[in-house]
Design a protein around this ligand. Structure first.
Ligand code: ATP
Length: 358
């Protein structure tokens, strides 16, 4: 498996290096023969090549079996004419990675203030309120006068249908419970269509238990009783906001894994941003990106029919659970280790655990 690795900005390089430590251990332990190929992106690429995503990088990514993108300093990149493209948007759009899967679960051992739970937010990833990607050309935030802004949201039948299908299929492989999150009482046309299409898709799976909840009420429900949820489907921005909340409820934003999936490609990415406030201080929790990389392995294994990649993904998740339970993790989840030390602890557990299982 050839994986292109783009470390990014802020805590990106630290958590990416830590992720590679775990991936190398998994590759050895499960005979995955993973080939990791690093390229700069974000500020490092802007300095070297004059563009946050340099020409030719997309082709390199297309020719690989998967992509790991560290968080990038999206707020710094304002002018595409100066090469300042948002790398996350660029790859999601160019590779048509329409589904963003964001699991959140408790592990026991981390500060879980809301009881044990295990859910996945399935977020539409290509349209909605994202002004930098919901237009063929230009940007959908319009400065009408210096004091008036109009922001447009795009909702299409095709994107609703494919995210609804993804969510239903995932729910069928889990606990068969689907929650549709929307604001169809206000956004009657756009979210009305999203809701109706999700319901319609779910009708093809009679075993699925389906409910829908207004996005504002969902914030209260998920804090009150996160264990009530299994698969939660939402439009782009609602899913983004909700999944930061569910990651934090699971113990820390630093536990938020995320896989962006399309028909032919997948990109592992942490659910959080570049966290400049803790960059370079050995405080960043690498588990978000490690989990995302595990999701990428599982995706590849399913695609190629190679079960050892799925076993490796399970092994990594298991090792993370043990590391958290034993406090061999960063401060945000109750430990006292640094970023790389956390990865090494996970890699050690992975080696011993996989050794014990084989
Ligand atoms: P960006 O502008 O790139 O989105 P941000 O700091 O605004 O960066 P996040 O990176 O999502 O947004 O961080 C939000 C908060 O969560 C910050 O206080 C940060 O320190 C914390 N945080 C984010 N990721 C991690 C992590 N991996 N480990 C520990 N804390 C984290």
């Amino acid at each position: 498996m050839r994986i292109v690795v783009l470390p990014g900005d802020g805590i990106g390089p630290e958590i990416t290096a830590a992720t590679l430590t775990v991936l190398r251990a998994a590759s050895e332990q499960y005979a995955l023969n993973i080939n990791l190929e690093e390229h700069p992106v974000g500020h490092a690429s802007l300095e070297k090549f004059g563009a946050t995503v340099r020409p030719g990088l997309l082709e390199i990514v297309r020719s690989a079996d998967g992509l790991i993108l560290g968080p990038t300093a999206t707020a710094d990149f304002r002018d595409e004419n100066k090469g300042e493209v948002n790398p996350s948007k660029f790859f999601r759009k160019s590779l048509d990675l329409f589904a963003n899967l964001r699991p959140a679960r408790t592990y026991g051992g981390s500060p879980d203030r809301f009881g044990a739970f295990d859910l996945v937010v399935v977020r539409e990833n290509t349209e909605g309120f994202y002004a930098d990607r919901n237009m063929e050309q230009g940007n959908s935030e319009l400065l009408v006068t210096p004091d008036v802004v109009i922001s447009l949201r795009r909702i299409t039948r095709r994107c609703c249908e494919r995210i609804a299908q993804t969510a239903c299929k995932l729910a069928m492989r889990r606990r068969k419970h689907l929650t549709i999150v929307h604001k169809a009482n206000v956004l009657k046309v756009g979210d009305g269509m999203f809701l109706e299409i999700c319901r319609e898709a779910a009708r093809a799976y009679p075993e699925l238990v389906v409910e829908d909840i207004l996005v504002d009420a969902m914030m209260a429900h998920v804090v009150r009783q996160p264990q009530r949820f299994d698969v939660v489907v939402a439009t782009n921005m609602f899913g983004d906001i909700l999944s930061d909340l569910t990651a934090e409820l699971s113990g820390s934003l630093g536990l938020g894994g995320s896989l962006n999936v399309g028909a032919d490609y997948a990109m592992a990415q942490a659910a959080h941003g570049s966290a400049p406030d803790i960059a370079g201080r050995d405080l960043a929790n690498p588990i978000s990106l490690i989990l995302s990389a595990a999701l990428l392995l599982a995706w590849h294994g399913e695609r190629c029919g190679e079960a050892r990649f799925q076993s490796a993904a399970h092994g990594i998740e298991n090792a993370i659970a043990i590391a958290i339970q034993n406090g061999r993790v960063t401060r945000d989840v109750g430990g006292n280790l640094g970023t790389e030390a956390t990865a090494q602890a996970i890699a050690r557990i992975l080696r011993s655990d996989a050794g014990a299982c084989s």
